[in-house]
Design a protein around this ligand. Structure first.
Ligand SMILES: Cc1cc2nc3c(=O)[nH]c(=O)nc-3n(C[C@H](O)[C@H](O)[C@H](O)COP(=O)(O)OP(=O)(O)OC[C@H]3O[C@@H](n4cnc5c(N)ncnc54)[C@H](O)[C@@H]3O)c2cc1C
Length: 392
């Protein structure tokens, strides 16, 4: 079977790229190992409304969030009230399905329940071996887009670099959680979620409860959320409907293209290490990936040299935020509980909280760092050791 472009992975990034390329009349294969797009969901689904500037899928919103209640290791609470919608919670399965539907509507061919097993370079492109539900097929393409997530085989097959670090996650969908529907709850601490944080996110009829950790078992820390600590008091009467494990890869990859090949989304480590958010940044990169694919098809040039414009463009668009996120993550994950409490002391100040409410932006969280340092130079105490570590 011959295609201009084959996309492996019908997550949001793969389907979005497939949609933009098929819309222009090129032959696109969208290959997804699961039989149903969007499941299992490995995401809390919290994004800023900015996502809809790229994909207009507002109908998949299940809740609107205006602020956060953040809990220190000892249980102190900081309330950040944005006073208006600052983030939305998506039905991630529906979101993924809707983007994929657009791609199919525009002519992409779907291979569901089909696993790409290997890729071989041929003189006129790439040949993929794909195990469909009933037979092994060969899919030939000029461009292969690896939107195949954290375990990207495309990156492996073509020698592209892998993540610098990952956080492991565990999340459940619950009912009867005691929480304010307009506020997400965030819990930090080395006994709560080492190196990251845990969350309770009201999601319409259900509530998403989960965490990511840098070390240790995400599942064990997840269970702990119900047994002890601040989170347990909100979860006393809750019932679990479903749960899922996942992971988020971080890094700023030096190469995301090879001859005939581009990788995007989690496959290219395009999630922010500061918050774990990968949907918006991945979609931005996916658009740039599709733009480059379209130019390459017009020019009939699929060399790494030509495709490198995708790498340059996504770095220009989101590279600074990813880099700052990695830096912030490094500072944060080295903090002891005592230092986290000290940080809460600095944050627990009306002027600072107002500043965060006003300037805080989940899409570009690093911007608030600049404002905080300007307003309260004592925050420098946390930044300086990380800068020194960078030059060690
Ligand atoms: C616990 C958790 C919570 C998160 N919460 C948020 C959040 O609130 N907000 C946010 O913005 N981000 C969040 N993220 C990150 C976000 O989910 C990811 O960044 C995003 O899903 C990446 O999308 P993707 O399309 O790159 O990859 P994926 O969504 O992982 O899609 C990759 C697809 O490729 C398919 N695939 C892989 N290999 C093959 C193969 N060989 N053949 C065929 N198909 C294949 C897979 O089945 C999968 O469907 C969270 C992540 C985790 C783990």
């Amino acid at each position: 079977m011959d295609f201009d472009v084959a996309v492996i992975g019908a997550g949001p990034m793969g389907s979005y790229a497939a949609d933009m390329i098929s819309k222009k009349g090129w032959r696109v294969a969208l290959i997804e190992e699961h039989r149903k797009i969007g499941v299992p969901v490995q995401c809390a689904g919290l994004v800023t409304p900015r996502v809809f500037e790229l994909v207009d899928k507002k109908l998949t919103v299940v809740n609107r969030i205006r602020g956060a209640e953040i809990y220190s290791p000892s249980g102190r609470e900081l309330l950040i009230d944005g006073k208006e919608t600052k983030a939305v919670v998506l039905d991630r399965a529906a979101f993924d399905r809707e983007i994929a539907k657009d791609a199919l509507f525009h002519g992409a061919s779907s291979f569901l329940g089909s696993t790409a097993l290997k890729a071989e370079r041929r003189k006129d492109g790439i040949e993929l071996s794909v195990q469909t539900p009933d037979r092994l097929v060969k899919v030939n393409c000029k461009i292969l887009i690896g939107a195949d997530g954290i375990r990207s085989n495309v990156a492996k097959w073509f020698g592209l670099p892998r993540a610098e670090s990952i956080v492991k996650g565990f999340e459940a969908e619950l009912v009867e959680v005691d929480c304010n529907p307009r506020f997400a709850k965030i819990f930090v601490g080395n006994d709560v979620a080492p190196g990251f944080f845990s969350w309770i996110i009201p999601s319409g009829e259900t509530t998403r409860v989960g965490l990511c950790v840098e070390k240790g078992s995400a599942y064990n820390y997840f269970n702990k959320m119900f047994q002890s600590g601040e989170s347990s008091r909100f979860l006393k009467n809750s019932r679990t409907i479903s749960f899922v494990a996942g992971a988020i890869p971080f890094g700023l990859l030096r190469r995301t293209v090879a001859d005939n090949v581009m990788i995007v989304g989690d496959a290219a480590c395009q999630a922010k290490a500061s918050t774990g958010g990968g949907v918006y940044t991945g979609l931005v990169a996916s658009k740039l990936c599709a733009d480059t694919a379209l130019l390459a098809l017009e020019a009939d040039d699929f060399s790494e040299r030509f495709l490198k414009r995708y790498h340059r463009n996504w770095k220009k668009a989101i590279g600074k935020e990813l880099k700052r996120g990695l830096f912030a993550h490094k500072i944060y994950s080295d903090l002891t509980d005592k230092q986290l409490e000290e940080l809460f002391d600095l944050l627990d100040n009306e002027k600072i909280l107002n500043l965060i409410s006003e300037k805080g932006d989940m899409t570009f969280p690093s911007n608030i760092g600049k404002h905080l340092l300007k307003k309260e130079p004592r925050f420098l105490k946390y930044v300086t050791p990380a800068i020194k570590a960078l030059f060690r």
